[in-house]
Write a protein that binds this ligand. Sequence first.
Ligand SMILES: Cc1ncc(COP(=O)(O)O)c(C=O)c1O
Length: 459
Amino acid sequence: MTSTMQTASGERIEELQQMAGEHLFMHAAQTNDWRGSLKIFEKGEGVWVEDIEGNRYLDAMGGLWYKSAGYGRREIADAMYQQLLAIESPPAGSATVSQIELSAKVSELYPDHGARVFFVSGGSEAVETAVKMAKKHRALNGNAGAFKVISRRNSYHGGTAMAVSLGRNSAADPMGPEMPGAIHVANWNSYRLPYAGDPVDVAIKCANEFETAIIHNDPSTVAAMIAEPVSAAAGIQIPPAEYWQRLREIADKYDVVLIADEVITGFGRTGEYFAPSNWDVQPDITTVAKALTSGYAPLGAAIATKKIADSFVGGPNETFKHLITFGGHPVAAAAALANLEIFERENLVGNSRRMGDYLFDQLQRLYDHKSVGDVRGGLGLLAAVELVQDRESKTPFPTDAGLAKKLPKLLDERKIVSFRAGDVIALCPPLSITPDEVDFIVSALDDTLTALEADLGIS
Ligand SMILES: Cc1ncc(COP(=O)(O)O)c(C=O)c1O
């Protein structure tokens, strides 16, 4: 690793732990769970990170689902610095070259090259933007009463109030009544099918729940339907092609705006720049964030197809009255441009496909462990291993088996960075990963499961 930072002294580490313990809010984490033992990282290169004590880990989660170009890309840092030297942010009502070029680059990569891009600061804002855009689009096209939004239970669309209403997920505090007009249907689950039957038929049945909800709620009042192409919140759930194809048909039939929430899957994670391309589907609006800059700067976007975007070109009435002060910050835009240049030069999307296939293939050997119920993946570099107490009945481990505490510790001992590993171990490594690094992850998981099963008395 090239950083010039020195490993901190024991005294300094103690001081930092104390400051964090007293003053830092870690997101969605219980202070008592990390106080005194917070992981503090100082260096990163490729898929590897080094903590303040000099321990080296492979980040199998790519930050929080975003480190697609990997750590330590100097050219991204240089591009950000150059933007700061030129002009760090433009006067009100104007733009920088980086913002304009990025909008054109994103549209070039997007299947609809006539797309228009609304930049924001992250995924939740992208979702808020997409939903507002969908509602106003419907209003501008003769449906001023269309305010309802259909989403899936146990999904995740962000931490802001409206996004939480859409996600209906225990990972976020609900904080009182949901957004008026939030309607929920079943999420897709390939391991525990929501209905009995052939998976493709069940997927179509799940998609049809959107249609039932539209009919029951009066189609003229429904603005949008939103879903993640691959749901990470539901444990890396990859639907058959027919699921999104059916969503597209339903949206067309009722003139409802179809939003693909690609905050995790956008920019190559599934082996295509945009996940619905795997199924030949074009959504109306796509939300992106994380991998757009590979986490080098906070940036998100709602990408509107030309059809949607053109509704907003006209007079004062058509103006999209939506403003986020730091949305599309020029320094973040410069980071994104440099990041996407790396994507193209190194063919990271192709590597996502190739290494995703290799990872999925290698993970199959984990079925030798009795606790492994399901291995999911095979659509780019997003995979999951689901553990169960009983493979036949798919019975989960009881909470008092302590997986949520034991697994992160065992993975940590084997130098793997994980996130919320428990019944499901999710994998989302940088797209630049090599076969040797995939092997490192899989053998660490193998060892981890051997140790876990010994601890739980499984033989
Ligand atoms: C699918 C999806 N949508 C939206 C969000 C919210 O993004 P952010 O945390 O950047 O606000 C996330 C975050 O993980 C996400 O996974």
